[in-house]
Structure formats: C-alpha cells, structure tokens
Write a protein that binds this ligand. Sequence first.
Ligand SMILES: Cc1cc2nc3c(=O)[nH]c(=O)nc-3n(C[C@H](O)[C@H](O)[C@H](O)COP(=O)(O)OP(=O)(O)OC[C@H]3O[C@@H](n4cnc5c(N)ncnc54)[C@H](O)[C@@H]3O)c2cc1C
Ligand code: FES
Length: 330
Amino acid sequence: MAAMIDHPRQRESAPQRRTVACGTVATNVCLCDEHYLLRLDMGAGYPATRAGQFVQIQCAAFDDDPAPVVHEWSADRPPRFVRRDTVAGEPLLRRPFSLAGREDVGGRAILSIIYRVLGRGSAWLSRVREGQSVSVLGPLGNGFTWPEAMTVGLLVGGGVGLPPMFYLADALHRAGKHAQAFVGATTQRLLPLNLDPVVLASKAGWPTLCVAEFARCGVEAAVTTDDGSVGMEGLVTEALFNWIDQGRVDPATTVVYTCGPEPMMKAVAEGCIARDILCQVAMERKMACGMGTCQSCVCKTHAPTASGWAYKLVCTDGTIFDARDLIWER
Ligand SMILES: Cc1cc2nc3c(=O)[nH]c(=O)nc-3n(C[C@H](O)[C@H](O)[C@H](O)COP(=O)(O)OP(=O)(O)OC[C@H]3O[C@@H](n4cnc5c(N)ncnc54)[C@H](O)[C@@H]3O)c2cc1C
Ligand code: FES
C-alpha cells in the first residue's frame, strides 16, 4: 500500500460564528438553461466562511415587521387566523445552497450562490431583483480542508455540484496550492460555465484553461458531457481516473474533492479508496433546519459501534466527509 498523506477525520470542533442576516441582492442573472448566479451583499462584519460551507436561504419575502395576523371572527363561523406568510404560497422552510464564492469589497462581504431552478423555493429566488432583501442563515457546515503535504487538489463537480468547486479553486489558489478541475454534465446547455471560445475543452478529457471560472485562479479544467456536446463524451469519473492512471499526479500527495449527484460521488469515492487517494465528499440531503436540530439529514458512516456503523448529520458533522468514513446506501 502506498504511503499516503493523512489528515484528522475529526474536524476541529471550534464553534463557528453563524448568523441570520439580511442580504441585499447585488445581481441575480441567468447562467444557462436552468442555473442562476445570485450575488448577495451581506454588509460589513459577516462571519468568516470556508469553501464547502452552505447557507439556508428564506425563499420568501423578507419583512422586518412580522406578518400581521388577520383575525376573522363572525357569528356564523369559527375564528380564522391567517398569517400572510402562510397564504402567499411561499415555502416556509429555508432552502440550503452551497457558497460558490465570497468577495470582500470595501469591508463588505458579497456571497455568490449558483442555483438550479427546481421547485417553489428556487423559482422564487429566480425572481428576486437587485436591491431586494433576502434572509440568509449561515455560514453552516464544516467546509473542505487540505493537508499541508497536499501537492495537488483534484476538484470533481457534476451538475449542480459545481458551485462549491469554484469557491474551493479560489481558496486553494489563495493558499498557494495547485489544483485541476473535472466537471461533468448531461449536456452543454446545463453547464453553468463560461467556456473560453479560444482555449477549447479537450475532447480527450484532459484539463485545459477552457473554463473562465477556474482559469482566473490558474486552474485547468476537463469538461465531460454525456452527449459529447462539449468536451469529452462520457462520464466525469472516466476523465478523472484516466488522468490519475496515466500517472499525471502523485496519488500519495493528491486530494480529490467531489460534489454532485450521489452516484457520481460514490464512483469517485470508491475509485479513490481503491487507489489509496484521499477524497473529501460534499454530501447533500434534504434539510429542514440546517443546524443539527431536526435530524432530517442523516447519512450512514463507519463507527466503532456493535453494528459497525452510526448515523451522522450532514448539516453539522458535514457536509464534507472523508470518503473512507461513508457507507453508501444507494
Ligand atoms: C448542503 C446543500 C447544498 C446545496 N447546494 C446547492 C447549490 O449550490 N445549488 C443548487 O441549485 N442546489 C443546491 N442544493 C439543493 C437545493 O437545496 C434544492 O434544489 C432546493 O432546496 C430545492 O428547493 P425548491 O423549493 O426549489 O424545490 P422543492 O419544491 O423543495 O423540490 C423540488 C425538487 O427538488 C428535489 N430536492 C429538494 N431538495 C433537494 C436536495 N437537497 N437534494 C436533491 N434534491 C432535492 C425535491 O425532491 C423535488 O423533486 C443544495 C442542497 C444541500 C443539502
Ligand atoms: S437539517 Fe436539521 S438536523 Fe440536519
């Protein structure tokens, strides 16, 4: 077995500062058929954030004044209590979205979110306009880490798993670490990327400076699509493991980071474990509270219990897990 860099599986438990804050929409623009980029100005003094963390966004009109309770009571029917926020058809629960980046401009924090329109919450978000207020709970989750001995980070993002990879590319760049990205989608029109018209995505699945979001941090990216509409035709995992198996990186000092559909992450995690490569997986679950209270977001992990496993909470124990700790159920 190759000597491999290691890092503590138990992440530092220093409490993270989090807040419910009102962000002002700086921009909210369409990137491709289904994805939008939302930039939220969180003002001065916003807590520190890390790549891999997420926020819970209230996808409903923000009102400093609690919605008034309308009390209807007449002789011929029972009393009716109506709150504006429950009749407006807006989702009651906040929706989780990964941080795609953070800029600090003149002391103000601007958070970037890239989201896909799926249901009521994200559809509401797609309609918010510049200057509008949005309530944001966060930052939440533990975030990606990189060991001192890491020489290269390989960033593997599929579909809506791409946003945290942009933030991670920026963070690794600032930390002086080398990174390469592998991005996959079913087809080009679902890729929320700015593809360079001159530096083309390699048809062989080799990383090039073809994606502006990665190229600005000096990160080359390999692009794959299921239908071959751009980049290599095939799965992102094929491009990743072809690259690794060609001896392009030293597995002993490489860390793979992945976020995207669960079957993709499982294939990445298992491929890395088989090759003794460290891998950090950004897990997703449907979430209600995002803060460890409702227990709706469990995932199974190896543990020294009688059964050999235990549940962990994706929102607070993760969302980032060491691939070796995870038990995949699907
Ligand atoms: C930690 C975390 C980070 C996330 N980051 C992003 C991100 O950066 N960008 C992004 O576009 N989305 C992200 N998601 C998914 C996003 O939270 C959901 O798409 C969103 O909550 C859907 O809300 P909705 O009201 O629009 O749709 P709903 O009406 O709630 O649901 C519409 C459809 O989406 C499905 N769905 C809802 N939540 C999830 C989920 N968590 N995972 C898979 N399917 C879901 C539902 O089953 C349903 O089929 C993230 C989820 C988690 C848990
Ligand atoms: S979302 Fe409530 S415990 Fe994780």
